[in-house]
Design a protein around this ligand. Sequence first.
Ligand code: ZN
Length: 294
Amino acid sequence: MKEDKIINCLAHNGKVNVRCIRSTNLVEQARKTHDLSPTATAALGRLLTITSLLGKEMKGEEGTITTQVKGNGPIGTMVAVSNNKGIVKGYVSNPQIDMPLNSLNGKINVGGAVGKEGMIYIIKDIGLKEPYIGMTPIVSGEIAEDFTNYFATSEQTPTVVALGVLVDKNGVKAAGGYLITLMPDATEDEIVKIEKALKNADSISKMLDDGKELVQIAEMVTGDSNIMYFEDDNVPKYECNCSKEKMEKGLITIGEKDLRDIIENDGKAELVCHFCNKKYLFSKDELEAMLEKM
Ligand code: ZN
């Protein structure tokens, strides 16, 4: 399996920006971590893919981006968090939810699982006092369209968003995505070229499954066979950075009264990390020590 990768490209003499990601391994890691059904793999996989791609652009040493999709469908809430190296983690309320394939196109029915009503939230934290929070309504629940709408309305940047996860009974075969953003000086002629190229291009998951490289994909979807591209050695990954210290901080936020209740009623606390399902056990002594510090 090829390594996951992110590249950043300029097409049409710098007037069009294309960012591409191959996320097959990280989506497979998410599938294994949460024992995701094929539908949940496709849904959370798409969200992890775009979050990793957007995370890569976050400024500051500690920059992170959190995306949440809260639709009215049976999958419940989906959350993904990425740092500025594209290291991503996420979870979904109902990892086992599986839907019949979409009868119109035979594809996994992500929109049906997510729901057509609800909101998407984008929280960018670059270490300032207040994080930036953007939100827009869900359009179709297919994730790519929902983010297209987010970029157009919340960030006022017309952006083409493509996300795809190809999954079979053995797991994730291919996953990835791309974002195409037009600079203000892009001409009508170039826009027409891109529209034509997009019409002719296969889906992102098909192109990746066919073994196409990200640069080739960027060229195919922009109709420019002479793009400039940048890549670094960072490999986007699915990885959780939880620790007992972080869990303790979370536990303290429930407040003195609730913590006292836990000590009296249970005599211990077991916390499970949403992102990696790792269990953290706090003994009575540890809980009492926390109480002292409050
Ligand atoms: Zn964790």
